[in-house]
Design a protein around this ligand. Structure first.
Ligand code: ADP
Ligand code: GLC
Length: 487
């Protein structure tokens, strides 16, 4: 099959979170499985310098944005056979210091930037000589692609391919003032309750939900959760009406990148059968973070966007309660300044036990995954979550709240003692998380049991081969090749 993917971030070109990992890996996996994939993404600052092999495509986009015309150029890169990345080059929109924001303030023209990007995607879907069988868009930034394609059909595009929208996070919907709707140049009738309108505003994600032929989200449990009021972020009713088109597919892991052997970011290699290197990575990490290097001290870690979603408040509370035990904790993250300050403050108060790095650092994220004994992920909600899956592969036992993809990917002792590979708790509270940490400390005292958990964890296989089959099934159903699948 020929699949056109579109996303506002794609690893290794741009990344603020798991969206980039997922789309980059899906493109690769489709190509490896013998299909053809193209990914359209913006050309952000510095990319041409970082990837000098990028080629200019003799193709100019000139598209209406309300009353004016905006032009863009196109660049391409072929990272592997069967996969092409197209970069939309519009310097005024994308040659900026940040992707979505600077100094924690969202760019004021984000609606305009991603309406334009969505138009480029719809335009390329129609006019690229390489004609795709299906267009697969990701998150709100490209949510307008399905209605834009529908409108093109009404204006004479004879047979547009079907569309699939993947919701990576329902909490981010791309909601903008109604005036932004004019930028889409869509007829007024699209701005209704069954369309892109949401309480009088433009909702880009709802646009995709309303008009995509298939909707997927990134874990089976999250697919069920988002149809409930608790997790539906105001769109649960709208999603319930489309439940027949909605499927949950757990993300895969790119084990080429996330490996404990031959990993350029790690000092020592290790594997399930030869675990010694893990201890060396632990000591190195303790040193790198400025903590006492001692293999006997249980080391907990987190790598995360610092947003409410990630359970920052209960994590801070639980750590306050548990630090008396002598455990160490390392954090790499960035996000809300209030949360950043709270962690920095904790590290200041417990300098021998807590170390914090604010910022984005790919190498350190691998070293934390590899060096820690336990990984903390107490999310309020989690569509899929990748770090708990990386932790499992790195033999770092995840402590997770049983929601969304966290529940789908971690097995705890109560559910299955034989296959246990992590610790789960249900209630969203610091007390419940502290109890999880206590269980981890008890596990740490039982080397044989800990070894059993580690072996299970490192053996779990979330590779893309299976995941890609699930997506192909959805694509085929959209093409009418098989009957729809349900969540
Ligand atoms: P989300 O997409 O909601 O942020 P995921 O668990 O799906 O959560 O994916 C997060 C991804 O971003 C992981 O690859 C993680 O390692 C990475 N990441 C998050 N924060 C940082 C950071 N400060 N530095 C480096 N990588 C980070
Ligand atoms: C989102 C979600 C996260 C998921 C990622 C990739 O950022 O918050 O849970 O893993 O997308 O699908």
């Amino acid at each position: 099959m020929k699949i056109l993917l579109a996303s506002s971030e794609v690893h290794p070109y741009s990344k603020t979170g798991g969206l980039a990992d997922m789309v980059g890996a899906l493109g690769k996996a489709l190509a490896v499985a013998g299909h053809e994939a193209a990914i359209v993404t913006p050309l952000y600052r510095g990319l041409r310098e970082k990837f000098p092999e990028m080629r200019h495509v003799d193709w100019y986009l000139n598209l209406p944005m309300g009353q004016r015309m905006v032009t863009a150029q196109l660049w391409m890169l072929v990272p592997q056979p069967g996969l092409v990345i197209y970069f939309v080059d519009q310097p005024a929109y994308f040659d900026r210091a940040g992707i979505y924001h600077e100094d924690n303030i969202s760019y004021l023209d984000n609606a305009e930037r991603y309406v334009f990007f969505s138009k480029c995607v719809a335009h390329l879907a129609r006019y690229l000589p390489w004609q795709s069988d299906l267009v697969h868009v990701h998150d709100w930034q490209v949510g307008l692609v399905p209605p834009l394609m529908l409108q093109q059909q009404r204006e004479g595009w004879v047979k547009p391919p079907p569309t699939c929208l993947t919701i990576h996070n329902l909490a981010y919907q791309g909601v903008f003032a109604p005036e932004a709707f004019a930028l889409t140049n869509l007829p007024e009738e699209f701005f209704g309750v069954e369309g892109v309108e949401y309480y009088g505003q433009l909702n880009c994600l709802k646009a995709g939900i309303a008009f995509a032929d298939r909707i997927t989200t990134v874990s089976p449990r999250y697919a069920r959760e988002i149809t409930t009021e608790e997790f539906g972020c105001g769109l649960d009713g709208f999603l319930r009406n489309r439940q027949g088109r909605l499927t949950g597919i757990l993300n895969g892991v790119d084990y080429g990148d996330w490996t404990t052997t031959k990993n350029r970011f790690l000092k020592a290699s290790y594997s399930a059968s030869s675990i010694r290197g893990k201890e060396r990575n632990k000591l190195e990490l303790q040193r790198e973070m400025g903590l006492p290097a001692d293999r006997k001290i249980p080391l907990f870690g987190t790598v995360s966007r610092l947003a409410e979603q990630k359970g920052v408040d209960i994590q801070l509370g639980a750590l306050e309660e548990m630090l008396y035990t002598g455990l160490q904790f390392v954090l790499l993250g960035s996000g809300s300044p209030v949360f950043e300050r709270a962690y920095v403050d904790l590290a200041r108060r417990f300098p021998l036990q807590v170390a914090v790095r604010i910022g984005f650092n790919e190498g350190l994220s691998h070293r934390i995954e590899a060096g820690c004994d336990f990984y903390l992920m107490p999310s309020q909600f989690e569509p899929c979550g990748l770090n708990q899956m990386y932790s499992l592969r790195y033999g770092t036992i995840p402590i997770v709240r049983a929601v969304g993809g966290l529940d789908d990917s971690v097995v705890d002792y109560i559910a299955n003692a034989e296959l246990a590979d992590g610790i789960k708790f249900r209630e969203y509270s610091a007390v419940a998380l502290a109890k999880g940490i206590r269980k981890a400390l008890a596990l740490y005292q039982e080397p044989n049991l800990l070894r059993h958990y580690r072996r299970n964890a490192m053996a779990v296989d979330f590779s893309w081969e299976r995941t890609v089959e699930d997506y192909l099934r959805v694509y085929r159903s959209a093409l009418g090749m098989v009957t729809p699948v349900k969540a």
